[in-house]
Ligand binder design. Sequence first.
Ligand code: XIL
Length: 462
Amino acid sequence: MEAIQPTLTPVVITSVSADAPQALIIAFCNREDMFSRGRLTAALSIVLASLFCASRSAAQDRPLRQSASERQFLIGAAVAMSPFRNEPAYQQTLGREFNIIVAENAFKWDSMHPTRNTFNFSDTDALVDFAESHGMKIRGHTLVWHNQVPDWLRNGGFSRDEVISILREHILTFVGRYRGRVWAWDVVNEAIDDSTAALRTSSFWYQIIGPDYIRLAFQFAHEADPDAILYYNDYSIEGLNAKSDAVFNLVRDLKTDGVAIGGVGWQMHQVNGFRIQPANQTNARRLGDLGLQISITEMDVRINLPTTPDKLAQQALAYRDTIEFCLSEPNCKALVTWGFTDKYWWIPGFFSGWGDALPLDTNYQLKPAYYSLRDVLEQGLDFTPRLTGVSREGKKLLVAGEKFESGAQLFINGEKQKKVSNDSDNPSTLLVAKKSGKTVKSGDIIQVKNPGGVGSNELIYP
Ligand code: XIL
């Protein structure tokens, strides 16, 4: 049997900086060039490397989603259609790392409802199918926003009643198509104006329908999918300020009036240097007291270019703080980044001179920010059984690992496999699934559960 084992590549480093221990450990194992400046001797460096990297080795190849799933937490990213369709590494990384996705643009009006009588479901179907086949949840973004409203609607000269009926048809058709399949919808996006901390009166929806557009959108979405979690989503509302107060008042009133709102999305497009503050906790809790969940829906941490190792270490702290915060607030359910690789990111078109805001770099290499997320997600988790490799032998699927018990069950993409047995020669370390080897394919998620246990880490079939 040729099991796929996590590998540790030896690192030889000649000098390190002593002034950033966190980033140092991360980069040691990540082999960044952070260590070209520094003072420690070569010998001490190698000792440190073996100590720190060994302590991380059990987790070396465990993607974010494994630890997140173990905690019932959602870690995700926004998806851009062009690389999704054209660049294999993009899809592979998505499937490997995340257990929730959101479309960067494909779910917006201008993409999927380009003329009055045309709905374009090719991209939305592709994303929903991808999520389902990879055991992921999906967020729907967004049903009502002042941007990316198609010209046919904005300039169509429609009356208030007509726009309400177009909105209703849009939501019933779109949300209804994926009823039971989209975990949460951003029903209304960015309705509060930064400068006035009141409703954004310049919005097309406000101008034609008036303030009732918000309730109507929630009502239609609830009618189309009563089980989806319906969100209000906005930026600069994670702290305590006039805008977040306005959002609080808005969602409180909606709750009081029985509107089916379930959560508030904090976009969290941040500038490097961002750290979580006590105000974030206070804000999360006042929303929790209303019975609302929160999700971080569009996080990125933009760096003032050029990027340096120190700036990457600082960025890692922003991500570390945020995942720690979200995991420690019971109503915080998800952390979704707006993209995941610096190769495809929206900010350069919007904020020139800024970039490198995401956890993977332009070559899909893991950045210090990624390791921060993973470190925090893994803290205190002990997977039993623990899978280390999977391979095929004819019709058999062989799963290598530790702590298998007799009667352990094998799952492929959540589906329980038949004819599974412990290997008689090596029952504690090998599970043999007859037949499953015939059907397994690249990207499939392999998991094992001991009788009465919570389940192993997930392995992706190579
Ligand atoms: C952005 C996309 O990333 C861009 O590709 C598009 O040109 C404009 O919209 N807040 C939101 C997102 O809610 O929908 C925005 O996405 C980024 C800001």
